[in-house]
Design a protein around this ligand. Structure first.
Ligand SMILES: [Zn+2]
Ligand SMILES: [Zn+2]
Length: 134
């Protein structure tokens, strides 16, 4: 079984964890916290990223929120995935203030850690903290 419970659903699972490095940048504040996910949550986050962000290799990051047409005061999103026996994947995107807490934070860090991540986004800068150390 995995050494760590899944960062989203809290389950232990057979096999190796996938590691995700989500980041949200709001001006000078950046929240970056690694999460380790089980296969089911890995699939869900990957599908979410495909529909919500662009593969950053494409170099086409949209400058409007992915959930509305807001184009001012955007926050920038970055996600890197290391899934066992798959290629590294990178996504990038943008979101408005209104949608970041609802749409992005729970998808990135899971419902349990969402409040904490939102607080860091308010109070940052917090860089390079690993919340899954226990
Ligand atoms: Zn999970
Ligand atoms: Zn929006």
């Amino acid at each position: 079984m995995s050494l760590f419970p899944c960062g989203h659903c809290g389950q232990r699972y057979p096999g190796r964890a996938a590691s995700f490095y989500p980041a949200i940048v709001r001006g000078t504040i950046a929240v970056r916290e690694k999460v380790r996910l089980c296969p089911a949550c890995t699939l869900r986050l990957t599908l979410w990223a495909d529909s919500s962000m662009a593969h950053s290799m494409d170099g086409q990051v949209s400058l409007t929120c992915s959930w509305c047409t807001e184009s001012r005061e955007l926050l920038f999103l970055f996600l890197t995935a290391f899934v066992p026996s798959e290629e590294r994947q990178d996504w990038a995107g943008a979101v408005c203030e209104q949608h970041v807490a609802q749409q992005v934070v729970p998808s990135f860090w899971g419902p349990q850690d969402a409040a904490q991540a939102i607080q860091k986004l308010e109070n940052g800068p917090v860089v390079g903290v690993d919340s899954q150390t226990s």
